[in-house]
Ligand binder design. Structure first.
Ligand SMILES: CC(C)(COP(=O)(O)OP(=O)(O)OC[C@H]1O[C@@H](n2cnc3c(N)ncnc32)[C@H](O)[C@@H]1OP(=O)(O)O)[C@@H](O)C(=O)NCCC(=O)NCCS
Length: 118
């Protein structure tokens, strides 16, 4: 799953070919009870959402990643939907690189709306 960014628009923007490096930066504000992992029968993780706490009672979908071999099967949508289910009525944000179509479609399908550049 650490290769989730390989071949995506975000790979060339930094050291994103190793998703674990990016995720580490969010861990201090992580909300474990709202973060989900989808696992195979053998216990190997194939998709995950990481929720982090923002300011003023807001939350961020810090990351959603799916193993390259498991993309396009609804797993990314499923883990973010599970996160939103726990966060209930709270304000939830997500940052997406322009042109990251899978991520934009995933978030739009779950009700996120574009608010503009960060
Ligand atoms: C974004 C990401 C998590 C989506 O995971 P996934 O498990 O493939 O997501 P889903 O199968 O639930 O599909 C979500 C949407 O993306 C679309 N999609 C999936 N792969 C796509 C592709 N290669 N090109 C265009 N759209 C694609 C799906 O059709 C779906 O949209 P729809 O509901 O309108 O049909 C995955 O592509 C990924 O790990 N990307 C790298 C990490 C990243 O950029 N994360 C987001 C920013 S933190």
């Amino acid at each position: 799953m650490e290769r989730a960014y390989a071949g995506t628009i975000d790979e060339s923007l930094g050291d994103n070919s190793d998703g674990a490096v990016e995720i580490a930066g969010w861990r201090e504000r992580a909300v474990p009870e709202a973060s989900f992992v989808a696992i195979k029968d053998d216990g190997v993780p194939v998709a995950a959402s990481l929720v982090a706490e923002g300011t003023d009672n807001t939350y961020w979908i810090a990351y959603v990643i799916t193993d390259p071999g498991w993309k396009g099967r609804g797993l990314g949508t499923a883990v973010v939907a599970a996160s939103l289910g726990v966060l209930d009525d709270a304000a939830v944000f997500a940052g997406v690189t322009d042109g990251n179509t899978p991520s934009e479609r995933l978030l739009t399908s779950l009700g996120f709306v574009r608010t503009g550049p960060a």
